[in-house]
Design a protein. Structure first.
Length: 79
């Protein structure tokens, strides 16, 4: 099986200030697959406040894929 090589397109995601208990506006995070074989992914997180969609899937060869990322916090915290 050929290996794939992926990298984030954006260097950071800026949610700004978000009020405690309110869901932040979701943002798109793009990942580019740089090689000519598909990349299979599975997102693992133990942070219940963070949401990533989709959690599993495939990034086609030499293509870009968008994830939706959001969060909600029950306490004041800096990420």
């Amino acid at each position: 099986m050929a290996e794939s090589r992926c990298a984030f397109v954006e260097k950071a995601v800026e949610f700004g200030n978000v009020h405690i208990g309110l869901r932040a506006k979701d943002h798109a995070v793009h990942v580019r697959n740089h090689l000519r074989s598909s990349a299979i992914f599975h997102v693992e997180t133990t942070d219940e406040e963070l949401s990533v969609y989709p959690m599993k899937g495939k990034i086609p060869a030499d293509n870009k894929f968008a994830f939706t990322v959001g969060f909600i916090s029950a306490k004041e915290i800096d990420y």
